[in-house]
Design a protein around this ligand. Structure first.
Ligand code: ADP
Ligand code: G6P
Length: 458
C-alpha cells in the first residue's frame, strides 16, 4: 500500500484520546489513515522565523510522523492573515463586502505555496499519494507538478465554493482554478459546490466537463466529486463516558435551575451568523416574554484569527448585543444569555451539548459544520434535544430532519425556537433517530476512506 502524505496549513498532532484540540476529530481520523499507510503530515508549524530556511521539524507522535516548517512574519501576514483569511475566506463565504484584494496578499500566497512545495518535494517517494487540504493551499498541486511530482495528488476544500458570478470578482480567478486542475481529484463538501466549480470550469475556462464530473483541460484530467465530511462518531461518543462530560452536563443543569437550555458553539467568525442569532433570540424574548425566565442561552465562542480586523469587529458587535439583551432582560438572580469567549475540551463540550434541549447552529454560510453533528451525537436517546440548523450549512443537505431555518430571518428562527421548546417527546425521538443514523454512518472514517480510495484507486 502506498504512503499517504497529508498537507494542510495547520498540522495537528493527534493527542491522547479525549484530550482537547480544535481539530480533534480530523486529527484522529487522518491520524489513523496516516498510521495505516506509514504517512507524513506536512504543514506550517504555527511559528515564525526571522528568515525562512525551509528546515523541517520532523516528529513522531502516537505513530504519526509530522513534518513542519516555520514561516516568516511577512509570510504569515500576507498568506495566512492576508490572502487566505482576508481575501478567500470572506469571498468563499459570500461576504464580498469583507474581501480585500491586495496585490501583496496574492504574492505572499504564491510565495508560501512555493515554499511548501520546495520543502515537501524532497520528502516524496514516487508512489506516495498526496492529499492537500483547504483554501490556504489551492495552488500547491501545481507547484508540486512544476517540481516534477508525478504522484497522485488530491485536494479537499473544507469551505464552500462560491457561485461563478461571485467567484469572478477575485482578481486572477482563472489562474487559481487552472492551478487546481493539476490535481487528479478535487473534493468538495456538497453537490452545490461541485456544480459551481464545474460551471466555472466549463464557462470561464472552456474546459471539457462531462456528467460524471470529469474535467479535461490542456491535456490533464481532474475528477470532481462531493465528499461530505463527518464526525469521528465513535471517538466523540466515547467522550460522553468521561467524568469530565458528566461534570460539564451537571454544571449546566444545576446552574440553570430548571430553565430550558439552548446552546451555540462556534468559532468567533462572521460566517457563523452570531449577531443574527442574538437578534433572533431577542425577538423570541419579545414575542414570548413569559418564556424569558424559563430559557437560558449559552453561547460558547472562542476568539479566532484575531489579527484580522473583521474578526475584531464581530467580537465587539457581539459583546454589545449580549450586553443589550442581558441588560434589558436580566433579573438580580437571572441572566438570559451566558456568553463565553473560550474553548473547552471535547469531553466537556459533549456534556454541554447533552444538557441543552436545543442546539442552535445558524451560520450564514458554512462548508459543513461539525458542531451540528456533535450536538446530535451527544443527545440522550430517551430524551433527545432539537437541532435548529441553518439551511446554508453544508450539513443541511444531510440533516433534513433538523428544524431547518433561514438564519437571516429573526422571525423564522424565533418561531423555530418556540416549536423546538414545545416539541413532544415522540417527535423529538423520531427526528433524532434519523439524524443519529446519518451522523453515525456518514462518519469521518468513511469520509477519508472514500476520498483516499477515489484518489489512490484501492
Ligand atoms: P469551523 O471549522 O468553521 O470552526 P465546524 O463546526 O465545522 O466549524 O468545526 C468546529 C470544531 O471546533 C468543532 O469540532 C467544535 O467542537 C470545535 N469547537 C468550536 N468551538 C469550540 C470551543 N469553544 N471549545 C472547543 N472546541 C470548539
Ligand atoms: C476552518 C477551516 C480550517 C481552519 C479552521 C480554524 O475549519 O476550514 O482550515 O484550520 O477553520 O481556523 P484557523 O485559522 O484557526 O486555522
Amino acid at each position: 500500500m502506498s504512503r499517504l502524505i497529508v498537507v494542510s496549513n495547520r498540522v495537528s498532532v493527534p493527542k491522547a484520546r479525549g484530550a482537547a484540540g480544535a481539530q480533534g476529530g480530523l486529527a484522529v481520523a487522518l491520524g489513523s489513515a496516516l498510521r495505516e499507510r506509514r504517512g507524513i503530515w506536512f504543514g506550517w508549524s504555527g511559528e515564525e522565523t526571522p528568515h525562512f530556511t525551509g528546515d523541517l521539524d520532523m516528529q513522531r507522535n502516537q505513530g504519526v510522523t509530522t513534518a513542519t516548517i516555520d514561516l516568516e512574519h511577512q509570510d504569515v501576514e500576507e498568506y495566512y492573515n492576508g490572502y487566505a483569511n482576508r481575501t478567500l475566506w470572506p469571498l468563499f463565504h459570500y461576504r464580498i463586502d469583507l474581501a480585500e484584494f491586495e496585490r501583496d496578499f496574492g504574492k505572499g500566497y504564491e510565495r508560501v505555496n512555493q515554499r511548501f512545495a520546495d520543502s515537501l518535494y524532497p520528502l516524496l517517494e514516487s508512489d506516495d499519494v498526496i492529499w492537500v487540504h483547504d483554501y490556504h493551499l489551492l495552488p500547491l498541486g501545481e507547484r508540486l507538478r512544476a517540481r516534477g511530482a508525478k504522484n497522485r495528488i488530491g485536494f479537499f476544500l473544507h469551505i464552500p465554493w462560491p457561485p461563478t458570478r461571485l467567484f469572478v470578482s477575485l482578481p486572477y480567478h482563472d489562474r487559481l482554478v487552472r492551478s487546481m486542475l493539476s490535481y487528479d481529484l478535487v473534493g468538495f463538501q456538497t453537490e452545490e459546490a461541485v456544480e459551481s466549480f464545474l460551471h466555472y470550469c466549463a464557462r470561464e475556462l472552456g474546459a471539457d466537463v462531462d456528467d460524471a464530473g470529469t474535467v479535461r483541460f490542456e491535456g490533464r484530467t481532474t475528477r470532481v466529486r462531493s465528499f461530505p465530511i463527518g464526525l469521528d462518531y465513535d471517538e466523540f461518543c466515547e467522550a460522553g463516558n468521561s467524568g469530565e462530560a458528566r461534570n460539564a452536563q451537571q454544571r449546566v443543569l444545576s446552574s440553570s435551575r430548571g430553565r430550558k437550555v439552548m446552546i451555540g458553539v462556534d468559532r468567533l467568525d462572521y460566517s457563523k451568523g452570531l449577531p443574527e442569532r442574538f437578534d433572533s433570540i431577542s425577538r423570541f424574548f419579545d414575542a414570548y416574554p413569559e418564556r424569558v425566565a424559563e430559557t437560558l442561552y449559552i453561547q460558547i465562542a472562542p476568539p479566532s484569527r484575531q489579527d484580522v480586523s473583521s474578526y475584531q469587529r464581530i467580537r465587539e458587535v457581539l459583546e454589545g448585543k449580549a450586553g443589550q439583551i442581558n441588560g434589558a432582560r436580566s433579573e438580580v438572580d437571572m441572566v438570559p444569555i451566558r456568553y463565553v469567549n473560550r474553548g473547552y475540551p471535547r469531553n466537556a463540550l459533549f456534556g454541554f451539548y447533552r444538557a441543552a434541549r436545543i442546539g442552535l447552529v445558524t451560520p450564514l454560510r458554512d462548508g459543513m459544520n461539525l458542531v451540528a453533528k456533535e450536538y446530535i451525537a451527544a443527545q440522550h436517546p430517551e430524551d433527545p434535544g432539537v437541532l435548529i440548523l441553518s439551511r446554508f450549512a453544508g450539513a443541511a443537505d444531510q440533516l433534513g430532519e433538523a428544524l431547518l431555518v433561514n438564519p437571516h430571518s429573526a422571525e423564522e428562527v424565533s418561531e423555530a425556537i418556540r416549536v423546538a421548546q414545545d416539541m413532544p417527546l415522540d417527535e423529538r425521538k423520531e427526528r433524532w433517530q434519523a439524524l443519529r443514523e446519518t451522523v453515525s454512518s456518514q462518519n469521518v472514517v468513511n469520509w477519508r476512506r472514500d476520498f483516499v480510495n477515489a484518489l489512490a484507486g484501492d
